[in-house]
Design a protein around this ligand. Structure first.
Ligand SMILES: [Zn+2]
Ligand SMILES: [Zn+2]
Length: 277
């Protein structure tokens, strides 16, 4: 699998001269499986550039889109994803369910008046919505397992396996707080066990995580690091960078964890980087 990051910023897009290196777009990742499938995780603001890239450089017309959860920063790019407007594309959306909202309504809501000027019915692509009920499913040769996130309003993390390699994606996951998912640290360690690559939420420094933001649904760098280490992960990428974190801060964080990481390689996820597992 090749995983390309089109957005790794948390909560809010952060354009500007201090976020050029790691990027300012919110969550969007592209997976190219070895057997030729195109999977996108989340529809954050990075999805706009991905759509443009696909139209210019990629002849594939079937897109699998997995949604971790329905918070703005993970959906706001969808109305700007040009393939959704074109009739030669088929977009198979899978993801988040809760008792109150349907997946299709969550996407369509992005186009609702008075928040957006274009009606959802203008989209000409073939859109198909599947609400995740089973823990495991497949896209081609890639087997995908889900886990409930520790996050306000819930959501899903994903483990992708192909040809014996595993990539785990856990964003918006607060490892030390119970949001009602009933998932604890042991569940996440088991889920991540021996993964070749784990990309995990690391929004806060230890010094920033306090009574104010505890319960907002995000982890610290140390919590993500300890999860990766205890699960025997080979590579750990810190992700969902706080909107206040600049390139200099992230450089320093990457250096710090590179020094203490031991066998596990640690890095800060960067927009436009590609990771192979
Ligand atoms: Zn988020
Ligand atoms: Zn969230």
């Amino acid at each position: 699998m090749k995983i390309t990051c089109w957005g790794c910023r948390g909560s809010l897009p952060t354009p500007g001269s201090t976020t050029v290196k790691y990027g300012g777009n919110t969550t969007c990742f592209q997976i190219n499986s070895k057997d030729g499938h195109l999977i996108i995780i989340d529809a954050g603001s990075g999805m706009r550039m991905l759509g443009n890239y696909l139209r210019k450089n990629d002849p594939r017309r079937i897109i699998h889109l997995l949604i971790t959860h329905a918070h703005w920063d993970h959906l706001m790019g969808f109305p700007f994803f040009m393939p959704a407007y074109l009739k030669n594309y088929s977009i198979k959306v899978k993801g988040y369910i809760d008792a109150h909202h349907k997946l299709k309504d969550i996407i369509a809501h992005q186009f609702e008046s008075p928040y957006f000027p274009v009606d959802f019915r203008v989209l000409k692509s073939r859109l198909e919505f599947t609400e995740l009920k089973k823990k495991k499913f497949k896209i081609g040769n890639v087997s995908i397992e889900t886990i409930r996130l520790n996050h306000p309003n819930g959501g899903f993390g994903f483990k992708f396996r192909e040809n014996g390699k595993a990539f785990v994606f856990l964003t918006d996951n607060e490892l030390t707080y119970n949001h009602g998912s009933k998932m604890n640290r042991c569940d996440f360690i088991e889920f991540c066990q021996d993964a070749d690559l784990l990309i995990h939420d690391a929004q806060y420094l230890e010094s920033e995580y306090n009574h104010f933001n505890r319960g907002w649904g995000h982890s610290t760098f140390d919590d993500a690091f300890e999860l990766g280490r205890d699960a025997g992960v080979r590579r750990l990428g810190f992700c969902h960078h706080d909107q206040e974190r600049n390139d200099r801060d992230l450089d320093a964080i990457e250096k710090k964890y590179a020094r203490i990481s031991g066998r596990m390689k640690c890095f800060v996820v960067k927009e436009h980087d590609t990771y192979t597992v």
